[in-house]
Design a protein around this ligand. Structure first.
Ligand code: ARG
Length: 333
């Protein structure tokens, strides 16, 4: 698949994350197919794995704030489920499982105490960034297992962003962020350099090395798995380049797959093996992508596209059905 053609230049953007240490992490109940309360959990190991994840973000230049963990809330480490923040507006959460309900208020308080003035708490079941993924232009919104479809309209109203609903159909991928993540958002600076590096003739697969752009006017490479990032109906000729995502198609309904193919024709499609190890629960800053260590196939696909992959071990957290992204709530000011 790869030739010696130049890789796209991926530009990282510094991020601001909110996390919660797994001090009281345990699997005491089962609210997704990954959770088996009879299987022992090593809380200290979870703490070490989480600390490595947090420190990885800091080494990459990101800011990480922490919400104090609470006894009796063993899933509180999964901070992504407690807020969706776009342009400084915060939409909190309302959990489906009563066991997690109290987490929402701890995070709401953190936002209020940290100067966020526009904080809305949802009326519908809303598991926040577990089911809401911001691409820089639209908010992709999952439903099927946790977040109510009505929460999608509520999010659109509270955050003032267009929402695209997607239907999840595999109970192992019960949150949208277990099946899809953004590699480079529309506001990331990565994409302009991306187009010339793409394959110009899909039949040839590999562009002539040396010749960076076969026909710069053409922009779009054609169908197949290597379509260039801009142009087409999604990005709009004058608008910013469209986001690039990775996802596991089988986790989505037929109609939602078609929606994703239409919006993101150049998406990276992951295999079942990459999905099963929570490879789609990655975190990207536009250049560096943090993935579970087992997601090697996906890692290779991303390296081929010019991303720099950082592997982390999240084996303990996966026993609760979570990965790197689940532990990470992004604050977009
Ligand atoms: N045990 C948690 C639950 O089932 C895991 C949450 C994972 N979070 C996520 N963003 N996918 O709710």
């Amino acid at each position: 698949m790869t030739g010696d053609h130049a890789l796209p230049v991926r530009v990282p953007t510094p991020r601001h994350y909110l996390m919660c240490p797994p001090r009281y992490f345990a699997v005491e109940y089962s609210i997704n197919p990954w959770m088996d309360p009879d299987r022992p959990v090593d809380t200290e190991l979870a703490m070490r794995q989480w600390t490595t994840l947090r420190d990885t973000y800091r080494e990459l230049g990101h800011t990480v704030d922490e919400v104090p963990p609470q006894p009796g809330l063993p899933d509180m480490v999964f901070a992504a489920n407690s807020g969706t923040v776009v342009d400084g507006r915060v939409l909190g959460s309302r959990f489906r499982a009563p066991e997690r309900a109290a987490e929402a208020e701890h995070f709401r308080r953190w936002f209020v105490e940290n100067g966020f003035r526009d904080v809305t708490m949802p009326r519908q079941i809303n598991e926040a960034e577990g089911d809401f993924v911001w691409t820089g232009r639209v908010l992709l919104a999952g439903t099927g297992f946790r977040t109510d479809p009505g929460a999608h309209a509520e999010a659109q109203e509270a955050l003032g962003v267009p929402v695209v609903s997607l239907h999840l159909i595999d109970e192992r991928y019960y949150h949208l962020d277990t099946a899809l993540f953004v590699l480079s958002g529309e506001s990331d600076g990565a994409t302009p350099a991306e187009t010339p590096a793409r394959v110009a003739d899909p039949g040839a697969r590999v562009a002539d090395s040396g010749a960076r752009v076969a026909d710069p006017g053409a922009r779009v490479a054609g169908s197949g798995d290597r379509v260039a990032g801009s142009g087409g109906d999604g990005g709009g000729a004058a608008g910013p380049a469209r986001a690039q995502i990775a996802y596991y198609p089988e986790a989505f309904s037929e109609g939602s797959r078609r929606v994703l193919a239409r919006l993101f024709p150049d998406a990276v499609q992951a295999t079942a093996a990459d999905a099963e190890c929570f490879g789609l629960n990655g975190i990207s800053d536009g250049r560096h992508v943090v993935l579970p260590v087992e997601a090697t196939g996906l890692g290779d696909q991303l390296t081929e596209r010019g991303y720099e992959v950082r592997f982390v071990d999240i084996s303990e957290l996966r026993k609760a059905g979570g990965g790197p992204k689940c532990c990470t709530l992004e604050i977009r000011k």
